[in-house]
Design a protein around this ligand. Structure first.
Ligand SMILES: O=C(O)CCC(=O)C(=O)O
Ligand SMILES: [Fe+2]
Length: 207
């Protein structure tokens, strides 16, 4: 697994660096457009220079490889979790194996791979900023007994020095804030040190 953000593109092995950077370049305006559509629903009409670091200040791309597993019933490819991002654009091959939690929280739904399509997940940061109007999606990955799988998530994250909390536009009419304002890098450190399962990863910011 390799992580890329603004200034560390040199960490990518030369064999994949150009393709990864090209993909990131292609996906950035798409991510912005998707965020703009989502933010319109929160009465935020434009992602201007002041909002850009908050919503998409850090882009990270992972390449996940899941080898075939002889006994999938006792193994997991990726444990249940919510991403820390605002949104995640997920490219997957045709093996399948990604499951998302249904809205009632009691059933797993398989995300069938569709050629040429990206799955778009809401992450914890957008749930916090939207004061729960948008819900981060809990997901996990099962392994296959005979086929390998590759997925390429692009995480659209706040910059580490962003302070995230519900947008003032949402709270202006007296709506109760569900979250405190937290420094994204503190939240990130907590998430990766404790690895909280599923939706419990929102507790750090909950009031
Ligand atoms: O492999 C996948 O489809 C999902 C991977 C994932 O959830 C992640 O990297 O956060
Ligand atoms: Fe994920």
């Amino acid at each position: 697994m390799v992580v890329i953000h603004k200034n560390d593109s040199n960490l990518w092995p030369p064999q994949t660096r150009n393709q990864v950077l090209e993909y990131q370049k292609w996906a950035t305006p798409l991510a912005k457009k998707l965020l703009e559509v989502l933010l319109k629903g929160l009465n935020v009409n434009e992602i201007d220079e002041s909002l850009e670091p908050l919503l998409m200040g850090t882009m990270a791309i992972n390449i996940n490889y899941y080898p075939p597993c002889p006994n999938p019933s006792i193994a997991i490819g990726f444990r249940r979790h919510c991403d820390m991002s605002c949104i995640t654009l997920l490219l997957q091959d045709d093996t399948g194996g990604l499951y998302v939690q249904g809205t009632k929280g009691d059933n797993w739904i398989h995300v069938n791979p569709i050629k040429g399509a990206l799955a778009v997940n809401i992450g914890n940061s957008l749930q916090i900023m939207s004061n729960d109007r948008y819900k981060s999606i809990e997901h996990c990955v099962a392994v296959d007994s005979s086929r390998a799988r590759i997925s390429v998530p692009l995480f659209v994250n706040p910059s580490p020095d962003s302070v995230i909390g519900p947008f003032p536009q949402i709270l202006k009419d007296g709506e109760k804030s569900m979250y405190k304002h937290v420094l994204f890098s503190d939240y990130w450190d907590h998430y990766f040190s404790k690895r909280p399962s599923g939706k419990a990863s929102l507790d750090f910011a909950k009031i």
